[in-house]
Design a binder for this molecule. Structure first.
Ligand code: PRP
Ligand code: URA
Length: 212
C-alpha cells in the first residue's frame, strides 16, 4: 500500500503541453513555454487545498461588498537547480507573494548519484506550505536529497511537483519521506541503464537551456 499521496493530474492542457515536452524535435524556446504552461496547471492543482481566509471586498459599485477569499498561509517554493527553474515563473505568477529557496543538485553522469552544490533557504519554513519543483523524478535521489535538506531546515508541510515521474523515484520518496505529497501528470514505465526515464523526455535541463 502507498504511504505517499501521489496525485496524478489529469487535464487537457497538461496532456497537450506534455506531448510538446516529450517531442524530440521541440526546440528550446517552445520547450520553455510548454514547461511554464504545464507547470501553471500542476501548481494550481498542488495548491488546491491550501488554507484561505474569508474577507469582504468593496467593488467600484458600492454597496454592497462582495465576499472573497485570500490565501492564508505563507508559500515557499524551492526549485531544484537547474531544471526546476523552468517551473518557477509559473509558481510566482500564481502566488506572487511566495518566497523562494534554492537547492542546487547535480547527478553524476556515470553513477546518477546526486550531489549538492548550493542551497539558500528562507527562514521560518515550519509555518509555511513548501512546494519543491523539479520536473524529473527519476531515481528519486535528487528529490530525497532536497527533502532531507528541507526537513533538517525545519520544513514540515512539503509538496513535490514534477512533470514526469518514474516508479523508482516515487518509491524512493515513499521510503524516505512518507509524509510528502507528490503531484505529477504521469508515471512513466521506468529507468534505462543510464537512469533516464523511459519514455520520458530526455534531459530536461539540457533541453530547457539548449546545452545538449
Ligand atoms: C535532473 C532533474 C532532477 C534529477 C532527477 O537534474 O532535473 O533534478 O535529474 O534525477 P534523479 O531522480 O535520478 O535524482 P540534473 O542532475 O541532470 O541537473 P540539471 O537540472 O542541472 O540538468
Ligand atoms: N533527469 C532528466 O533530466 N531526465 C531524466 O530522464 C532523468 C533525470
Amino acid at each position: 500500500m502507498r504511504t505517499v499521496p501521489v496525485h496524478v493530474i489529469e487535464h487537457p492542457v497538461v496532456h497537450d503541453a506534455l506531448v510538446t515536452l516529450r517531442g524530440a524535435d521541440t526546440p528550446s524556446e517552445v520547450f520553455r513555454r510548454a514547461a511554464k504552461r504545464i507547470s501553471l496547471v500542476l501548481v494550481a492543482e498542488a495548491l488546491r487545498d491550501i488554507p484561505t481566509e474569508n474577507l469582504k471586498v468593496h467593488t467600484p459599485l458600492y454597496p454592497p461588498a462582495a465576499d472573497g477569499r485570500r490565501i492564508a498561509c505563507g508559500v515557499v517554493v524551492v526549485p531544484v537547480l537547474r531544471a526546476g527553474l523552468g517551473m518557477l515563473d509559473a509558481v510566482l505568477e500564481l502566488v506572487p507573494a511566495a518566497r523562494v529557496g534554492y537547492i542546487g543538485l547535480q547527478r553524476d553522469e556515470s553513477t546518477a548519484v546526486a550531489s549538492q552544490y548550493y542551497s539558500k533557504l528562507p527562514a521560518r519554513l515550519d509555518s509555511n506550505c513548501i512546494l519543491v519543483i523539479d520536473p524529473m523524478l527519476a531515481t528519486g535521489g535528487s528529490a530525497v536529497a532536497a527533502l532531507d535538506l528541507l526537513a533538517r531546515a525545519g520544513a514540515r508541510a512539503i509538496r513535490v511537483v514534477c512533470i514526469v515521474a518514474a516508479p523508482e523515484g516515487i518509491a524512493a520518496v515513499e521510503q524516505h519521506h512518507p509524509d510528502v505529497a507528490i503531484y505529477t501528470p504521469v508515471i512513466d514505465q521506468g529507468l534505462n541503464a543510464q537512469k533516464f526515464i523511459l519514455p520520458g523526455l530526455g534531459d530536461f535541463g539540457d533541453r530547457l537551456y539548449g546545452t545538449t
